[in-house]
Design a protein around this ligand. Structure first.
Ligand SMILES: *Cc1c(COP(=O)(O)O)cnc(C)c1O
Length: 429
C-alpha cells in the first residue's frame, strides 16, 4: 500500500499527493472532504495546474525564440466560465467550434481579437455572429462557407458588411497520419475536415476574390493524442509546398498520459519541435499559432465517484454513481484510465470499474486494481479534465456533475450540479 506523503504519478494533477492520513489531496484539498461537501460524482480541477501548463506553453515559445507565437486553447476540451476566464487571464487565445462555444468564450472575457472560429458545418447564424464580433480569425473549411461569407459580407442580409476586413485562415488536410485512434485522426486525405492539398489552390483564389476577407494563412490539425513529435514536423514540411503566408496554424494534438505507462512529450519539447519545424519549413517571420486542448486540461482534473455496489461473478464488478454520462471516452475510443480508492491507494484486487447506466458497455476502467472495494468508498479516476465535462450528457436522466476548482487548500464550486428540475425545465407540455 502507498504511504502517507507520497507524491503521485504524472497522471494526477501537479502537486497531488497522499496526505498524512493517507488520503488523496488535490490542490491542497482532501478528496474525502471534497466528496462529503460537494457530493459525487464530481469533477475536481486543480487551478494551479491549469495555470502552470498555460504558462509552460507561453514560456516555451519565448524560450524557443519565437516572437510571434499564439497559444490558442481548443475550448472543446473543457469549457466553463471559470476555466476560460483563467486562460484568458493567462493571455491565451481561444478556439471555438460553434455559436455556443463563442458565447461561452465571450462571456468568460476573451476579447474577440483573441478568438478563432472552427467548424466544418458553420451555420449562417454562426458566421454572422463571428463577423459581427470580427473575431481574430475564422478558419474556412469548405467552399459553401466561402459563399456564405461572401453573401454576408456583400450585405445580402443587411449584416456583416462594412468595417475592417475579417481575417481568415484556410484549413487543409496535410495528408499526414499520426499514430492515434481513427476517430480522432483528422490529417488524412479522406477527412471530413478542411480542403485536400489538391483543392487548396482553388480555395485560396476564391477567398482572395472576396472583398472584406483577408487571407492570413493556412491551418492544419493532424489529429489528437499524438505521443510523438514527428507528425508535427511532417505536417509543417507538407504545408511548405503551399507558399509563403503571414500566419500558420499547426493545430493541437499533443497527447497526455491517461495512465502512468504513457509518457507524452513535455510541453517544452513539443513547442520547441513545432517552432523548429516552422522555422525550418515555413519561414522565420510568420506568426505561428498552436491549438492545445487536452494537454492544457486533461491531467489538471480528476473525477470522484462513490461505490454503490460490489458484485462478484467471473469478475469483480465495482459499480459507481456515474459512468458514460460523465466520461464517454472509454466507450467512444476504448480509452484506458486508472482508478484508486482515495484513502486506500495501491490495492491489488483486480476489478472492473463499471458505471450506473443501462448499457453493458458502460465500463469506466476494465482493469482496475483496488484495495478491497466496498460500498461507500470514494474512487478517483485521474486525467478526466479534458473531454469529460465537455462531453457529459443526461443519459438515464442522470444530472451532470459539478465542477470544483481547488487551490491552496480552498475549494470552490464553478459549475453547480444539475438538479432533477434541470432535467424537466425545457420540456413543453
Ligand atoms: C480538437 C482540436 C484541437 C485540440 O485537440 P487536443 O487533442 O485536445 O489538443 C485543436 N484544433 C482543432 C482544429 C481541433 O479539432
Amino acid at each position: 500500500m502507498a504511504t502517507a506523503g507520497t507524491l503521485l504519478s504524472h497522471v494526477y494533477p501537479i502537486g497531488a499527493r497522499l496526505n498524512e492520513r493517507g488520503v488523496l489531496e488535490l490542490g491542497g484539498c482532501d478528496a474525502l472532504e471534497l466528496a462529503r461537501e460537494f457530493g459525487t460524482p464530481a469533477y475536481v480541477v486543480v487551478e494551479d495546474d491549469l495555470r502552470t501548463r498555460a504558462q509552460a506553453f507561453v514560456e516555451a515559445g519565448r524560450a524557443a525564440g519565437h516572437e510571434n507565437l499564439a497559444v490558442v486553447y481548443a475550448s472543446k476540451a473543457s469549457a466553463c466560465t471559470a476555466l476560460l476566464r483563467l486562460f484568458a487571464q493567462e493571455g491565451l487565445w481561444c478556439d471555438v467550434a460553434s455559436g455556443g462555444e463563442l458565447h461561452l468564450a465571450l462571456a468568460a472575457g476573451f476579447p474577440a481579437q483573441r478568438l478563432l472560429m472552427h467548424g466544418n458545418a458553420k451555420s449562417r447564424e454562426e458566421l454572422r455572429l463571428a463577423l459581427r464580433h470580427r473575431l481574430g480569425l475564422i478558419v474556412i473549411d469548405n467552399l459553401d462557407e466561402i459563399q456564405r461569407l461572401a453573401g454576408l459580407l456583400g450585405g445580402e442580409e443587411g449584416d456583416g458588411a462594412g468595417g475592417p476586413a475579417q481575417g481568415v485562415l484556410i484549413r487543409v488536410t496535410p495528408d499526414v497520419r499520426g499514430d492515434t485512434h481513427e476517430k480522432i485522426s483528422t490529417g488524412q486525405a479522406n477527412s471530413k475536415f478542411g480542403f485536400g492539398m489538391d483543392q487548396i489552390g482553388d480555395a485560396i483564389q476564391r477567398v482572395r476574390e472576396i472583398a472584406g476577407l483577408e487571407l492570413q494563412g493556412i491551418h492544419a490539425h493532424v489529429g489528437s493524442q499524438l505521443l510523438e513529435l514527428e507528425p508535427f514536423r511532417r505536417a509543417a514540411q507538407q504545408l511548405a509546398q503551399l507558399g509563403v503566408f503571414p500566419t500558420w496554424d499547426l493545430g493541437g494534438g499533443l497527447g497526455v498520459a491517461y495512465t502512468a505507462a504513457q509518457h507524452p512529450p513535455a510541453i517544452e519539447d513539443y513547442v520547441g519541435a513545432v517552432v523548429g519545424a516552422a522555422r525550418e519549413y515555413l519561414g522565420e517571420h510568420s506568426r505561428l499559432l498552436i491549438e492545445p486542448g487536452r494537454s492544457l486540461t486533461a491531467n489538471a482534473g480528476v473525477t470522484l465517484y462513490t461505490v454503490e455496489s460490489v458484485k462478484r461473478n467471473v469478475s469483480t464488478w465495482v459499480a459507481v454513481d456515474g459512468g458514460m454520462s460523465d466520461n464517454l471516452r472509454p466507450m467512444l475510443y476504448n480509452a484506458g484510465y486508472e482508478a484508486e480508492i482515495v484513502d486506500r491507494f495501491g490495492g491489488d484486487t483486480a476489478c472492473v470499474l463499471a458505471g450506473k447506466h443501462c448499457e453493458s458497455g458502460d465500463v469506466i476502467v476494465k482493469d482496475a486494481h483496488l484495495d478491497d472495494p466496498r460500498p461507500g468508498d470514494v474512487v478517483v479516476t485521474p486525467a478526466t479534465g479534458a473531454y469529460g465535462h465537455a462531453m457529459a450528457n443526461n443519459y438515464n436522466g442522470v444530472p451532470r456533475p459539478p465542477v470544483i476548482f481547488c487551490s491552496g487548500g480552498n475549494a470552490r464550486l464553478v459549475v453547480r450540479r444539475e438538479s432533477f428540475d434541470d432535467l424537466t425545465f425545457r420540456d413543453v407540455i
